[in-house]
Design a protein around this ligand. Structure first.
Ligand code: ADP
Length: 489
């Protein structure tokens, strides 16, 4: 796409980008979408913090120092060093500050508001230093909300920034970047911004709100979630703002997955490669997985989960009761095995440790983050469970379907938009869905999947093939984003 005979220029700003820094789907999206946009003629680039964990892991040989400068945050002045990755087709700028980013975790610190205010401001300053004037800055989640505000209310007076538009994508409404009034200080904003029309959220400052109000366009990652967040149940307190005031600039665009990374035909991490034509080989992945991780070696249905272990993901349903048994115990009464990979809230981690002990020969529980192991699980499992209470898009179910693993999901957000309940009459459908937030229905749908697995093998295979043949690549979404960028006036 051409604007004034030059490609449209778009800078993605994100706190996570695969493969450098990932805790969930946000990283996957920013690792894949800019790449796809470049293939379609957009000059897409990426900026992210140079976290401690990135140093040494990726850039021993493949990066170069570009520049450094000072960033002013109220009375503080902090230096930033800019490094560019030389090994990727997408120009990627890493912003280095030992004060803010040389820490073991990406988030969870009491000065997060200052760390990401610094990041937003440093990115805006970067543009001038590298003489890159994008048509669009594409911001993602609360960490980048202040950038939209700073651009509109502070930098706009400078001709260099005057014509830059912003798109703000909500990847998860639940995480709003709430902080105290001290954020106004680092963002150099007057107390007027502490009002309901601007940043105030129940007495706190919301970085998410800054992104929503001050961006030119809001997107979220599935059409259903775009509607859901306008309701009290899913809007996390911002439903009225979105539904009554900002609806005119909001759109839902379904995420894809990176077909260079998630492809059972070439995936280097799985035991045996396969395609839909050679789906029979998928089973070897289960056999080898059982062998490596001490599961009983038998042909029974393997249920997989790869997920952040938080309440969002619906793990409370496992603790409900059916026939006076915990749902999880009821599930394990079937002849199934169970594997989970994830990290998160202690309450649920303890629960899974308990099940790992109780069903030691039939379960594998990995409370860690491991991308190679994740891919093995997608390939080895027969069924992939995602009982989310809400799910903006969800990538797990898309990856699962790509690997011929049948998703069992709650019908919400992107899960509703991507999984089609199997219809044995038409042989159409890619998985199993339940609507109520209920452990009983989760169990019933797993039981239905189990019956297909055991008794209606041809149908089960049909569901696997239907999923594998679906197109979940970024092609369509990239086209929609390009149209959206061009529509910004
Ligand atoms: P969310 O963004 O809410 O965490 P998504 O389903 O959109 O959920 O994306 C999750 C991504 O993170 C998927 O690529 C999934 O495979 C990956 N993932 C989640 N937990 C782990 C883990 N413990 N180890 C490796 N990959 C993980």
């Amino acid at each position: 796409m051409i604007v004034n005979n030059t490609p449209l220029k778009c800078l993605f700003v994100s706190s996570e980008v695969a493969p450098y820094a990932k805790t969930g789907g946000l990283a996957d999206v920013i690792g894949a979408l800019p790449k796809k946009l470049r293939e379609q003629g957009i000059d897409a680039r990426v900026a992210l913090p140079y976290y401690h964990s990135i140093q040494g892991r990726f850039f021993d040989h493949d990066s170069h120092f570009l520049t450094s400068y000072d960033v002013h945050l109220g009375w503080r002045v902090q230096g930033v060093g800019i490094y560019e990755d030389d090994s990727t087709t997408v120009p990627t700028y890493l912003l280095k500050s030992d004060t803010y980013f040389a820490r073991p975790e990406f988030y969870g610190y009491k000065d997060d508001y200052e760390r990401f205010a610094f990041f937003c401001k440093a990115v805006l300053e970067l543009l001038r230093h590298i003489d890159f004037m994008p048509d669009v800055i594409h911001c993602n989640d609360w960490q980048t909300g202040p950038l939209c505000l700073l651009l509109k209310d502070k930098y706009r007076m400078d001709p260099f920034y005057a014509n830059i538009k912003t798109v703000y994508t909500i990847h998860n409404m639940k995480y709003q970047g709430l902080c105290g009034k001290e954020a106004l200080d680092v963002l150099e904003l007057s107390s007027d911004y502490m009002s309901a029309e601007r940043l105030e959220y129940h007495g706190a400052i919301s970085y998410m709100k800054a992104g929503l109000i001050y961006s030119d366009k809001i997107t979220t990652v599935s059409p259903t979630y775009a509607e859901e967040i306008k309701t009290y149940q899913y809007g996390c307190g911002l439903d009225r703002l979105l539904g009554d005031k900002l609806y005119y600039k909001m759109e839902g665009i379904l995420n894809g997955i990176d077909y260079d990374v998630y492809d059972p035909k070439i995936d280097p991490y799985i035991y045996k490669n396969y395609t839909w034509r050679s789906i029979g080989r998928k089973k070897e992945n289960k056999v080898k997985f059982q062998e490596e991780y001490g599961l009983e070696k038998k042909d029974c249905m393997l249920i997989g989960i790869v997920s952040r272990i938080t309440d969002q993901k619906g793990f409370d349903l496992m603790k409900q009761t059916v026939d006076s048994l915990w749902v999880m115990d009821k599930i394990m009464q079937m002849d199934v095995q169970f594997v989970i990979l994830g990290t998160g809230e202690q309450e649920y981690e303890e629960m899974f440790k308990h099940f790992a002990y109780k069903y030691r020969e039939r379960s594998a529980v990995f409370l860690t983050f491991n991308e190679a192991l994740a891919q093995k699980i997608y390939a080895a499992s027969d069924v992939f469970l995602m009982p989310s209470l809400f799910e903006p898009c969800g990538l797990g179910q898309l990856i699962a379907m790509r690997y011929g693993t049948v998703p069992v999901v709650r019908k919400t957000g992107g899960l509703k938009d991507t999984v089609i309940h199997y219809n044995p009459m038409t042989k159409e459908g890619t998985g199993f869905e339940f609507e109520d937030c209920s452990g009983y229905w989760m169990y019933k749908k797993l039981e239905e999947a189990y019956q297909y697995y055991v008794e209606k093998k041809e149908d089960f295979k049909q569901i696997q093939l239907n999923g594998m043949k679906k197109n979940f690549s970024w092609d369509e979404a990239a086209k929609k984003y390009i149209a959206l960028y061009h529509g910004l006036s």
